[in-house]
Design a protein around this ligand. Structure first.
Ligand code: PRP
Ligand code: MN
Ligand code: MG
Length: 182
């Protein structure tokens, strides 16, 4: 693999465009939760970078926590497709919670996590995602805050990986099909 990403990895969304949308979502969340405290729950590892930017764009009192999941065979529709590897550290009962994701793809991860978090009886539960690929959805779930909706193209950067690489790339870039396996 090449690092830094080569010119063949075309920029789909620039870091400036990302910053603009993160700021806008931060403002929207600040308005929606004015006077409240919120808990941001990031889904490791992809959401780490979006969460760190979003937390700094939110002007209401907030804390954050992380969960980790492992998914088996993303193409398979199964209620047991996702497994919790790391739970939240602090209770969320009665709290206003926003699950933060880098990308909403088939929806299996978020529909599993939403069900799991609802069992903790939060005061409210919403979802914020940097990217949404609506064409790929296998289960019906939508995010409340979406920075960008994109077609079904493989992307890296801003937390998103190819084989764990490129998460630190500042722009969101198209990962060329011919590079898969190299
Ligand atoms: C990716 C992404 C989301 C999930 C979305 O995570 O970060 O968490 O897949 O896919 P879905 O909507 O089809 O469930 P991945 O499993 O690649 O782990 P990572 O965040 O550590 O890269
Ligand atoms: Mn993830
Ligand atoms: Mg990944």
């Amino acid at each position: 693999p090449t690092f830094p990403p080569s010119a063949t990895m075309e920029v789909l969304i620039s870091k400036e465009q990302i910053a603009e949308r993160v700021a806008a979502i931060g403002k929207q969340i600040s308005a929606d939760y004015a006077g409240h405290s919120i808990v941001l729950i990031g889904v490791l590892k992809g959401a780490a970078i979006f969460l760190s930017d979003l937390a700094r764009a939110i002007e209401v009192d907030n804390t954050f926590d992380f969960v980790a999941v492992s998914s088996y065979g993303r193409a398979r529709v199964s209620s047991g497709a996702v497994k919790l590897i790391k739970d939240i550290d602090n209770p969320i009962e009665g709290k206003h919670v926003i699950i933060v994701e880098d990308i909403l793809d088939t929806g299996l991860t978020l529909s599993y996590l939403r069900g799991l978090m609802l069992q903790h009886k939060p005061a409210s539960l919403k979802i914020a995602t940097c990217l949404d690929k609506p064409e790929r959805r296998l289960v019906p779930i939508e995010a409340d805050y979406v920075a960008f909706s994109i077609p079904n193209q493989f992307v890296i950067g801003y937390g998103m990986d190819y084989a764990e690489r490129y998460r630190g790339v500042e722009d969101i870039r198209l990962f060329p099909d011919e590079a898969v396996g190299h």
